[in-house]
Design a protein around this ligand. Structure first.
Ligand code: KIV
Ligand code: NA
Length: 274
């Protein structure tokens, strides 16, 4: 099998064939997407999607390392990118380097992602200069929910210049790609045209250089809420619940286990059905 793409391989995809990405948090899900994704993101969305947290703010380094290690075991050809959790990089470039290096060393991720535009540019440059590929994330940045005041579309009307300046700052600082989350389509297209690195859209535009979705959202497993930008490609949550309900009914009716699920008291004769 060909080696996983590097951050530089992803960067070189600017303006080319769309870059495909999903989040993953576990080995089996990573295995399912390994052949289909260019990179797999171990997102801090794990806190909300798998741990029932109300936001991403409570996600820790330990959670990211545990899930990152699980995802790494499921990948052989896709690149792995891992989110830096809230509070582990904002204070200083040195703090960011220490934690980014730990995430990469413990998980084998090929890059880290961190949220923020102009105000994180110095930190991104510091990491890149010291061997850590960085993916940026601008527009809606969920770790700033308490200062943004809600999960609103970012960059509408007069605010577009700010988001463009954020994406440009991240690119200039040396990031190899940038996530654009929940920005208007026209602005996403303009940013994609103006910044020299791939834009990865989520709630942005089909014109971005790539797309990412939270896998539990697109499979219909995460049902707490559904943002407009999520397309449900399957309804596995409903299917899972129906299967669980059928199991419960069969246990109560003693129709499970059936003959084919139980063992005979004597060893069956050779050639006989188990
Ligand atoms: O944590 C996450 O899942 C993300 C993506 C939605 C970009 O950051
Ligand atoms: Na994230």
């Amino acid at each position: 099998p060909k080696p996983a793409p590097t951050a530089e391989d992803i960067r070189a995809r600017k303006g080319g064939e769309p870059i495909v990405s999903l989040t993953a948090y576990t080995t089996p899900m990573a295995q399912l997407m390994d052949a289909h994704c260019d990179f797999v993101l171990v997102g801090d969305s794990v806190g909300m999607v798998l741990h029932g947290l109300p936001s991403t703010l409570g996600v820790t380094m330990e959670m990211m390392i545990l899930h990152g290690r699980a995802v790494a075991r499921g990948l052989s050809r896709a690149m792995m990118v891992i989110d830096m959790p809230f509070g582990t990089y904002e204070e200083s470039p040195a703090q960011a380097f220490r934690n980014a290096a730990r995430l990469m060393a413990k998980t084998g991720a090929g890059a880290v992602k961190l949220e923020g535009g102009q105000h994180m540019a110095d930190t991104i440059a510091f990491l890149v200069a010291r061997g850590i590929p960085v993916m940026g994330h601008v527009g809606l940045t969920p770790q700033s929910i308490n200062t943004l005041g809600g999960y609103r579309v970012q960059g509408r009307d007069d605010d577009g210049a700010r988001v463009l300046a954020d994406a440009s700052a991240v690119a200039e600082a040396g990031a190899f790609a940038v996530v654009l989350e929940k920005v208007p389509q026209g602005l996403a297209d303009r940013i994609t045209a103006e910044v020299p690195i791939p834009t990865i859209g989520i709630g942005a535009s089909a014109g971005c250089d790539g797309q990412v979705l939270v896998v539990d959202d697109m499979l219909g497993f995460f049902q707490a809420f559904k943002p407009k930008f999520v397309k449900r490609y399957a309804d596995l949550g409903a299917q899972a619940e129906a299967a669980i309900a059928t199991y419960a009914a069969e246990v109560r009716a003693r129709t499970f286990p059936a003959a084919e699920h139980v063992f005979a008291d004597t060893v069956p004769a050779k050639g006989a059905k188990q």
